[in-house]
Design a protein around this ligand. Structure first.
Ligand code: ZN
Length: 265
């Protein structure tokens, strides 16, 4: 499994892009979250991918930094279907996400998009526990029990039974610990380091510190944790500092990627 981070920051960062990434397995690619706007398109290209080769997108929740790039992806998809009528795109998300995506699409693109729905373009509103085949792997969507707006994550399981758990941008809820137990990779938000919590106040906005996220990874016996959705005040030392703090709480592999970094698991 290759994971390429297109962005690693929270909603209001200036020095990196909002958290979104590409998962690639079995020669197929899936986009997870779409960032906050047009920047998603050049990011995909800079990461070495072509949008026309991405046929599956998952959007965790309806906040601006996760959903707004979808307008540009749809705009590109519509023009592509004119040249290549065989192209397909599936977009997965919870009911709130899909309501917003449908509304945006219909208001912005009208007939150009509605004529493709159910034929080339599929808006799939998922429920807790629902499964789908994505990248040739089994994906189970779960309600993240987020405290702000309705948010979903997923577990992707490959043929070797390795599981990759994406938690969106809120902490993995205790209720979902059994789902993530023993996973190969926990993809978890981490707003800032514990030592900087007095500056960024992550708990007030329902986010975690590095220490919080790593404690969770240890409790569920994850093999690795990947941290994202961070502050951007000292990106040049973020990898080193976050990894160092995490090591006090988690004995597995700690990954703190930079934007456009690719990691293979
Ligand atoms: Zn966010």
């Amino acid at each position: 499994m290759k994971i390429t981070m297109l962005g690693t920051g929270h909603a209001m960062v200036n020095n990196c892009f909002n958290t979104c990434f590409i998962m690639e397995d079995n020669d197929r690619a899936m986009l997870v979250d779409t960032g906050g706007g047009y920047e998603i398109l050049p990011r995909i290209a800079r990461a070495g991918y072509r949008l026309e080769n991405i046929h599956d997108i998952f959007i965790s929740h309806k906040h601006t930094d996760h959903i707004t790039g979808i307008s540009w992806i749809l705009r590109s998809f519509i023009s592509r279907t004119r040249k290549n009528p065989d192209t397909l795109l599936r977009i997965f998300g919870n009911r709130d996400v899909m309501n917003l995506v449908s509304t945006l699409a219909e208001l912005q693109f009208e007939e150009s998009v509605t004529s493709l729905l159910g034929k080339k373009l599929f808006f799939i509103a998922v429920k807790d526990g629902q499964k789908a085949d994505i990248l040739g792997n089994e994906v189970t969507f779960f309600d993240a029990h987020a405290r702000k707006v309705s948010q979903y994550g997923f577990i992707m399981k490959n043929h070797r039974d390795d599981s990759y758990v994406f938690c969106g941008d809120e902490p993995l809820a205790e209720d979902n610990f059994p789902l993530a137990e023993g996973c190969k990779l926990l993809m978890h938000e981490s707003f800032c380091m514990e030592r900087d919590a007095h500056i960024f106040n992550p708990h007030k906005i329902k986010h975690s510190t590095v220490a919080d996220a790593c404690r969770t990874a240890e409790r569920i016996k994850a093999e690795n944790i990947l941290l994202y959705h961070t502050e951007d005040w000292h990106l040049e030392s973020r990898k080193r500092d976050y990894t160092e703090e995490g090591r006090d709480y988690f004995s597995g592999g700690i990954f703190v990627p930079d934007d456009l970094e690719r990691i293979e698991f």
